[in-house]
Write a protein that binds this ligand. Structure first.
Ligand code: TLP
Length: 345
């Protein structure tokens, strides 16, 4: 049996030998005291890349988003977001349980955006009966929309609505570097009109752990307090920050290879009858099963040594990453063909 091709997520990617060396050699200190020079360098570099004044290193994308809710709202406020976004679907309702906000989910379009007119009409007027709409959350690239890139003009239209109503904007940029590579622009341009932006090191950038939240200095001071409250204050964490610094220097441009490989896999799947497949703009492939069951297909793929995840009642997801070569992408297509032939027999 040849090696398993693990496409469950880009989070399964493993640190390279060079990244591990950078981690082993990291200078460290107690980061809760602000003493870790490697974390300090990473936070500075992250802030620069996102075009913000400051950044805070946190353990996960989920904590970064929760901190963004805590920083940008007051208890009882309302947050406008997309019904397909990660904060709404996959973060254990931390918005309700910890940030004490009400979320109003609006229909996401195919590119992961929202209709600016729908946002406009969702904003409540000044009335003693209604919650205050203080925050709009966006996601780019958009995970559940198949790694879609929210075009800049759509982002600009949405941030303009928020501004007009005195609302703040948070961008869940877990995969913002994939968006930047696809758009051939800088992440700072994508996040330009967002008050806070978070991004993950532990996905396409290939690090074992970590995310950053970025924004103006006052917001990030508050973010640091919230991180401590949530138990996310870490000590000699330069060991992890070193992986982040390494990734920001060496693993951004190569994301284009992941996007090519995702297209290769999607093209291969699209030629087989049983799937309706997205045209990946980045590293996420979503396939709707039109013949057979989701469980049946996940098992059949696993038998051939390809791992995918369920992503809806009749939908599966595959994600390319640093450990998936072009040869692996081609082999994936062959294995899916074999799974289809085995099913037909
Ligand atoms: N996404 C994971 C799962 O939780 C679904 C994945 O495999 O894609 N924002 C976005 C857009 C994300 O896709 C994720 C993780 C997060 C935030 C949360 O990041 P972590 O897992 O670090 O808490």
């Amino acid at each position: 049996m040849t090696a398993v091709i693990d496409l469950r997520s880009d989070t399964v990617s493993k640190p390279t030998p060079a990244m591990r060396r950078a981690m082993a050699e990291a200078e460290v200190g107690d980061d809760v005291f602000g003493d870790d020079p490697t974390v300090n360098r990473l936070e500075q570099m992250a802030a620069e890349r996102m075009g913000k004044e400051a950044a805070v290193f946190v353990p996960s994308g989920t904590m970064a988003n929760l901190i963004a809710l805590l920083v940008n709202t007051r208890p009882g406020d309302e947050v406008l977001l997309g019904d397909q976004c990660h904060i709404f679907n996959y973060e254990g309702a931390g918005s309700a349980r910890i940030a004490n906000v009400q979320v109003h989910a609006l229909a996401n379009g195919a590119t992961g955006g929202l209709d600016p007119a729908a946002v406009e009409s969702a904003v409540r007027g000044p009335n003693i009966h209604t919650p205050v709409d203080s925050l709009l959350c966006l996601e780019n690239t958009h995970n559940r929309c198949g790694g879609a890139v929210l075009p800049l003009r759509e982002m600009d239209a949405l941030t303009a609505v928020a501004r007009r109503h005195g609302m703040r904007v948070h961008l869940d940029g877990a995969r913002i570097f994939n968006a930047a590579v696809a758009l051939e622009t800088e992440p700072a341009r994508i996040a330009r009109d967002c008050d806070t932006v978070s991004f993950c090191l532990s996905k396409g950038l290939g690090c074992p752990v970590g995310s950053l939240i970025c924004g103006d200095r006052a917001s990030m001071e508050l973010a640091r307090r919230h991180r401590k409250m949530l138990g996310g204050g870490m000590r000699q964490v330069g060991i992890l920050a070193a992986a982040g610094l390494y990734a920001l220097e060496h693993h951004v441009e190569r994301l284009a290879d992941d996007h090519d490989n995702a297209r290769r896999i999607a093209d291969g799947l699209a030629k087989l009858g049983p799937f309706a497949v997205n045209a990946p703009q980045t590293n996420i492939i979503v396939a709707d099963i039109v013949e057979g069951t989701l469980e049946g297909w996940l098992d059949a793929l696993k038998e051939q040594g390809v791992l995918a995840v369920p992503f809806g009642p009749q939908r599966l997801r595959m994600v390319t990453h640093i450990n998936i070569s072009r040869a692996d992408a081609e082999e994936t297509v062959r294995r899916v063909q074999r799974a289809a032939a085995a099913r037909a027999a």
